[in-house]
Design a protein around this ligand. Structure first.
Ligand SMILES: NC(=O)c1ccc[n+]([C@@H]2O[C@H](COP(=O)([O-])OP(=O)(O)OC[C@H]3O[C@@H](n4cnc5c(N)ncnc54)[C@H](OP(=O)(O)O)[C@@H]3O)[C@@H](O)[C@H]2O)c1
Length: 310
């Protein structure tokens, strides 16, 4: 029986930590089109409209963003163009065409002064350029009038790209002692676990814009539990082969000055995802263990002699 083929799912930021994982986890849901920066530069609104018209996706998952939190302080216009304006253009174009958007956002929309995990409707008060640009992007996407789900996540790491996991492993190879900030607390989230949760969510809701429209709004999705960067560094080194001897010392934020201020506490309350959609992400320790296991397997398969593999 030949039916109308379902419109494809377009993933932006396909070379990023989350985007690359989404290409795999969304594959069972339909045809997934990967857009990297060369195919679609989010700094160019005309290109966004043109590509969306050409590819006619039913759903866009926008995993592209300007994510260099410190550099954003010096490039606020660029951060704003990619994080604030582009999501609005994507959402408007999709609203006009009847498509849906899942847009990724961040815990850095909050100021970090809360004493309990942040809920979706808590007041946003970003304290750096990156956070302000991401908050503006949420508002632009949600006000376009289409089916838009803004998924906020936090402290993302993966086995590729630039992130805390790989940075700590790299430093541990050349130093005996590391000093890591212990007075910032969040929920470390493995990019693959997040991509799996988003796929599960879309499998449950369906990728049909009509269904997604009923869920238009904000959703927090990150690994369960909380940790400081110091806790996370210790957990990484304890489970990485050859780095068990490296000493990790806690320091406070003042001892590690950065261009951008960071919230001291940005744990997200993920109950809405659990209660409304039955999506529960694993505890961060469990996800980290799995990520390191995957890293070990990948490295072993690279170093294994060809004969042993044959
Ligand atoms: N990383 C975190 O800790 C964190 C925490 C909370 C929320 N988030 C959010 O989660 C989402 C995914 O983040 P991630 O960690 O996967 O980021 P990432 O690894 O830095 O990937 C970002 C992606 O965006 C692409 N990109 C940047 N500028 C672009 C442009 N002008 N045009 C098109 N593509 C562009 C990058 O392409 P290139 O490879 O060409 O640069 C890359 O593929 C983002 O919305 C981010 O704000 C991240």
């Amino acid at each position: 029986v030949s039916g109308t083929p379902r419109a494809p799912i377009l993933v932006t930021g396909a070379t990023g930590q989350v985007g690359a994982e989404l290409l795999r986890t969304l594959a069972p849901l339909g045809t997934v089109l990967a857009c990297d920066r060369r195919r679609l530069d989010l700094g160019d609104p005309d290109a966004i409209r043109r590509v969306l018209r050409e590819l006619a996706p039913g759903l866009v998952v926008n995993a592209a963003a300007y994510t260099a939190v410190d550099r954003a302080e010096e490039e606020p216009h660029l951060a704003h163009a990619i994080n604030a304006l582009a999501p609005g253009v994507i959402a408007e174009e999709l609203a006009r065409r009847g498509g849906a958007l899942v847009h990724l956002s961040t815990d850095y929309v909050f100021d970090g002064e809360s004493s309990r995990p942040y809920r979706e409707d808590d007041r946003c008060a970003p304290i750096n350029v990156y956070g302000r640009s991401k908050r503006a992007g949420e508002e632009a996407a949600l006000s376009a009038g289409g089916a838009v789900l803004v998924v906020r996540t936090s402290w993302v790491y993966g086995l590729r790209g630039r992130n805390f996991l790989l940075a700590i492993q790299r430093l541990a190879r050349s130093r005996e002692r590391l000093q890591v900030v212990a007075d910032q607390v969040g929920s470390p989230t493995w990019s693959r676990a997040l991509a799996e949760a988003i796929a599960q969510l879309l499998a449950r809701l369906g990728t049909d814009p009509g269904r997604l429209r009923e869920h238009t709004g904000l959703l927090h999705l990150c690994c369960a539990g909380q940790a400081s960067w110091f806790d996370l560094a210790r957990a990484i080194l304890a489970a990485t082969a050859g780095t068990g001897q490296v000493t990790v010392e806690p320091i406070d934020t003042a001892g590690y000055p950065t261009r951008a201020a960071r919230p001291r506490y940005s744990v997200l309350d993920c109950r809405r995802a659990a209660e409304r959609l039955g999506i529960r992400m694993p505890p961060w320790e469990q996800a980290l263990e799995q990520a390191l296991e995957d890293q070990r397997i990948a490295r072993e398969s690279l170093t294994e002699p060809a004969a042993a593999r044959a």
